[in-house]
Ligand binder design. Sequence first.
Ligand code: SF4
Length: 409
Amino acid sequence: MRDPARPGDRALVSSPPVAPIDSLTALSAARFAVYVHFPYCLSKCPYCDFASTAAKQVPEARYTKAVLRELAVRGSELGPREVQAIFIGGGTPSLWNPVHVREVLQAIGAQLQLAEGCEVTLEANPGAADEARFSGYRAAGVNRLSIGVQSFQPATLTKLGRGHDGAQARRAVAVAREAGFTNVSMDFIYGVQGQTVDEVRRDAEEAVSLGTEHLSAYALTLDSESLAEDVPLAKQLARGEVQLPADDVVVEMQRTVRDVYRQAGLERYEVSNYSKRGYHSRHNATYWTGGDWLALGVGATGSLSERRYSNQRSAEKYLVDVEAGRLPENSRETLTSLERFEERVAMGLRLTSGLDLEATCRQFVQPYEPRRPLVERMLLEGLAVMDAGRLKLTDAGMDVHSAISARLM
Ligand code: SF4
């Protein structure tokens, strides 16, 4: 372990604001992030397929110790890397005592070099928002809060099994500001059973009225993987007991969100993400721009060059593995050049800053010529534009992002 008094630690303790940066390309030179997963929640939401577990008593100290042990092992194998962003996600990390969050952040700062103004995000549940707790996170070094609002509408929140209401969500943003957070994000879900386009519009209007720096809005997705994971809502859907809105309605919801956010001055920088200028998520940009990230904790998936690993999704198995001195992995793979190419295309085209497809083909030794006619057709059909060598999807292209990515692979 390095000296805890080195500059990285001071940066965490003084909790600097995240300085806005103008372009995602600023991340291109050296992209490395750390993801820490906190798997515990008060209850399990019926649509959730994250590595999360409902716990009456969260084993906070035991879990913290395990994460620190995992960090010590993985961090020692990394070599010199500068960390641009840390993200504490879950689960419900706002159940984690700030004292433990501080321990984890200090350990990351002691083991790895932190970039100046490193973005440090913690996901917070509106139901667990109080000023002392949020101030504790701020003092621990967290400089960005991501609040899981999902909706302000009582009916939608009930269907999602969320324990908070709209008033608590509004209060969570106010508490975050009182605690000194100048970079706050909110997450929303649309495409919920019984939800209308008008309700989605009202959520979007209320979201922008709160003035946060960043908003994410994702369509509810329940696929075969959700079914395999025994997600209750996916099983109800398969049995025909619930119905999600039709695809064209979901697209209309997505366009409604986009228009409301844009009219409020937010920039769409990724298919599902919007921000004030310079406030895009640096952590997620690491995924979208082909960076590496170290992942720690239950169910976390890390990516170091062509190597991928996933940790145990069961909290108990994770703890037992770490305590026995084993790496808590349940899988590890090395991606082929083609797999990495496909991932880069799919991720890169999610960004409005697009992708230099020819350069990506060269990087991963894939031929560009067979793809050229497809690109030309996309340009003709108005699904994309070519801007200084970068292929950028238009709004129409973003609506069919998955299909376009698949065609280019
Ligand atoms: S709070 Fe989030 S992580 Fe926890 S069960 Fe609900 S959706 Fe899953």
